[in-house]
Ligand binder design. Structure first.
Ligand SMILES: O=CCCC(=O)O
Length: 497
């Protein structure tokens, strides 16, 4: 029975609030559940099973058993299931978008946008399934042939964040399922229901039982459950998106079993605007990048460096555009920026603003929590006169707070931009073609936006360098390879040895 939801759904079968293990909808072994809260109202609106470490073994065994047959399924059939899944998600886009909005707080239009972006992955990886190829070679030794074949690695575990609960899962699951792996997803405690809706549609699409499983869990049980997944001998691959701190723990846990790991970690991304940039183009890109999901994206701009000659003008354009944002509940008509997803983010944002003021930063817009609204609302905030000593320089904000630094020379900007342990994405705006090329080579990041703040797409390899992690998701060959092993065969022909 579907409980009373705070929104209308066209397809109630999408609303699932049990875990999916071996193709069965189940409660946690303990029978415990945890609450799902709407960040736009601070109200509990659903709950999900609070699985613990003890629940992991059954899920992994079921996924391992499913793997024994799924790995032999013809790639075209895997592609057809992916396309059916894609079609069902498309059909149910609006219902799923509502679940995303009530779990994350993001405006409905952004949730719909996330669905559209995420469907790029199911579509893309359906195509990739049939393009997994090995190699063949005639080696120097006479009468021999050497070839490589690619095979699925085994059961994969996906530890996924709350900020893009659909896109982050389809990016991982699309690659895993196309490769012939089975996958267990551990969603974030904030967003279990979005993932369970995807799981229901995966079953409807025809994926065999145990191919796609979901183990929901509370904040409290997340560390022991995740550790048990990472240490389980039948888990052969772990993919994690989240903070650098937790990513390092995941890497350590997986190192014992020498597991293949993909880590998509923190960003602290720089955004550079040069004197010769089109300021409106840069401001529009920054508006979309920075205020998207109230600043809660790993690739968002955290440090904005503006060349001295255009600093005041750019600050004025940006402030004028930002002041038009309408902050409210994500499901309310007209809302262009929602709340942050957790109350923890409010405190972190406030701390950064107070710290910036101590160093002489001038808050020219916003600067605090929105009082009088239930829910976790923070004003879109712009701070001028940012300095390297400020907390906001070294600590990822993950909230709608933006600091503008000024610089004189390209060299100074590059040094400041690279002065971080992280290297996920960097963005710059310039119309100078020589500088465009120099910056592409000199900025230390896995993804570079040149006159754009929007570079994520299914066909583009996504991933960072330095402490932003390793491995690539999406893109041709590289992403699916994360779920494959390469086997080398050497054949000696008749008459040779
Ligand atoms: O928050 C991280 C993911 C954002 C994206 O895929 O563009």
């Amino acid at each position: 029975m579907v409980p009373k939801l705070p929104f209308e759904v066209k397809n109630p079968s999408l609303f699932k609030d049990k875990s999916l293990v071996g193709g069965e909808w189940v409660e946690a072994g303990s029978g415990k559940r945890f609450d799902v809260i709407d960040p736009g109202s601070d109200k509990v609106w659903a709950s999900a099973p609070d699985n613990a470490a003890e629940d992991v073994d059954a899920a992994v065994n079921a996924a391992h058993q499913a793997f024994q047959t799924y790995k032999k399924v013809n790639p075209r059939t895997r592609a057809q299931w992916l396309l059916k899944w894609d079609a069902l998600i498309r059909e149910n886009r609006d219902d799923i978008a509502h679940i995303v909005t009530y779990e994350t707080g993001k405006p409905l239009a952004e949730s719909q946008g996330e669905l559209d972006y995420a469907l790029g992955f199911t579509w893309w990886f359906a195509g990739e399934a049939e393009r997994i190829t090995g190699t063949i070679q005639t080696p120097s030794a006479p009468g021999r042939r050497v070839f490589t074949v690619k095979q699925p690695i085994g059961v994969a575990a996906a530890l996924v964040p709350w900020n893009f609960p659909i896109a982050m899962i389809l990016r991982k699951a699309g690659a895993a399922l196309a490769a012939g792996c089975t996958m267990i997803v551990k969603p974030s405690p904030e967003t279990p229901l979005s993932v369970l809706a995807l799981a229901e549609l995966a079953m409807q699409a025809g994926f065999p039982k145990g191919v796609f499983s979901v183990l929901t869990t509370s904040l409290e049980n997340t560390p022991p459950l995740s550790e048990t997944l990472c240490r389980h001998p039948l888990i052969k691959k772990v993919t994690f998106t989240g903070s650098t701190r937790v990513g390092k723990l995941v890497a350590k846990l997986c190192s014992d079993g020498l597991k293949k790991v993909t880590l998509e970690l923190g960003g602290n991304c720089p955004f550079l605007i040069f004197d010769d940039a089109d300021l409106n183009q840069a401001a529009d890109a920054l508006m979309a990048l920075k205020w998207r999901h109230a600043g809660q994206a790993c690739i968002t701009a955290n440090r904005v460096y503006v060349q001295k000659g255009v600093y005041d003008k750019f600050a004025e354009i940006l402030t004028q555009k930002t002041s038009k944002l309408v902050v409210g509940h994500g499901a309310e008509k007209g809302t262009t920026m929602g709340p942050v997803t957790t109350p923890r983010s409010l405190d972190k944002a406030l701390n950064q603003v107070e710290d910036a003021k101590k160093y002489g930063g001038q808050v020219i817009l916003g600067g605090g929590k929105i009082i009088g609204k239930t829910g976790y609302f923070f004003e879109p905030t712009i701070i001028l006169g940012a300095k390297k000593e400020m907390l906001i320089t070294s600590e990822e904000t993950f909230a709608p707070v933006l600091a503008l630094y000024s610089f004189d020379t390209e060299e100074e900007a590059v040094t400041a931009a690279n002065n971080t342990s992280m290297g996920l994405a960097s963005y710059y705006f310039t119309k100078n073609i020589d500088r465009t090329w120099r910056l592409l080579e000199n900025l230390e990041a896995g993804m570079i936006g040149m006159n754009t703040g929007n570079a994520s797409a299914a066909e583009s390899p996504f991933g960072g360098i330095k402490e932003s992690g390793y491995g690539k998701e999406s893109g041709k060959d590289v992403a699916i390879n994360e779920y494959l092993i390469t086997k080398t065969g050497t054949l000696t022909l008749d008459g040779h040895f």
